[in-house]
Design a protein around this ligand. Structure first.
Ligand code: GLN
Length: 304
């Protein structure tokens, strides 16, 4: 076994030195004042060992990382019926792009771009009794941590400025691929994105995807096949028009969010989470990607 703590320490020292840390997302005003000098990294191995460095216990906005947890909840509720309403092809385009939606008759390319995640949100609104509370509870149960909350200010801030998401939802509605009112679905979507978690909580919450569907509390959340499928979607679609670059540099299924978080995993081995709020031009954490590339290179642990 590599000396994981020593490797994290080295990566930390090399990462915090970087002069170009990218830029924090400003299109959601509430995220604009986060300090881009934050950097945290947390590793949880399949045998339950944990390692951390930097700000790995600081809460941040998980944003699009929530799309993976929403997809897994939808899969556990309606199984393969999901694929009648959303495809599984990489988009090669930014997370908020709308053009392909129109070409594909209202079927989003995959569940991890915004249009696809809004369809998944619609499925959850239709199938959960108290959608927001039930979803938050699902995330808490996956993590084994009842303290996880929405940040209402972030949800509100995105609602005020989320013109493109309103456009996507209205387009989906016009193609009859949204069953609930636009406002209701987006209220759910903005809240799922506004969940706040730490790196260590995120590593726990994604553990079931590295562990053939069984979560940290040893409860079966998905079948082995469903977990495999979500990992495949993360590998091909988790970084939008940078999915190829992430596979090339890092070589793990993973998901980023504009709050600066990235969760990546190696099935049957580990989950690793980074947080560095400065983003690159494609909206993915600049130093998070660098740190993960260093991790898989130094440990020689990747799916390739
Ligand atoms: N809530 C953000 C949005 O819909 C999520 C984007 C992201 O994290 N890539 O724009």
């Amino acid at each position: 076994m590599p000396n994981f703590q020593a490797i994290l320490n080295t990566i930390y020292n090399d990462t915090v030195k970087a002069t170009d840390k990218g830029n924090v997302a400003t299109y959601i005003p509430e995220l604009a004042h986060i300090d881009k000098n934050n950097f945290g990294m947390h590793l949880k191995t399949i045998d339950g060992k944990v390692y951390g460095i930097g700000n790995y216990n600081t809460k941040f906005s998980i944003q699009s990382i929530s799309k993976v947890l929403a997809l897994s909840k939808a899969m556990s509720l309606i199984g393969n019926d999901i694929w009648k309403r959303v495809d599984v092809e990489p988009s090669g385009h930014p997370f908020n792009q709308l053009a392909l939606l129109e070409i594909n008759d209202g079927i989003p390319r995959n569940p991890l771009i915004n249009a696809g995640a809004i369809v998944i949100a619609d499925i959850l609104v239709s199938n959960l009794e108290n959608p927001k509370a039930d979803f938050l509870n699902y995330v808490r149960e996956l993590t084994g941590d009842q303290s996880i909350q929405f940040n209402e200010k972030v949800a509100h801030s995105e609602r005020e400025t989320g013109f493109r998401n309103f456009a996507a939802a209205n387009l989906l509605k016009s193609f009859k691929n949204l069953n609930n009112p636009v406002d209701e679905v987006l209220d759910f979507y903005f809240h799922q994105c506004a969940i706040e978690m730490t790196c260590s909580q995120l590593s726990k919450s994604f553990f079931f995807l590295a562990n053939k569907g069984k979560c940290v509390l040893n409860k079966t959340r998905l079948t082995k096949t469903q977990a495999k499928r979500i990992n495949a979607i993360m590998l091909t679609c988790g970084f939008y028009d940078e999915a190829g670059e992430f596979a090339f540099e890092v070589g793990l299924p993973g998901k980023s969010g504009v709050g600066g978080g990235i969760v990546a995993l190696l099935p049957d081995h580990f989950v690793i989470t980074t947080w560095a709020p400065g983003l690159n031009k494609k909206g993915n954490s600049k130093l998070g990607m660098f740190a993960l590339e260093q991790f898989t290179t130094k440990t020689n642990l990747s799916i390739f």
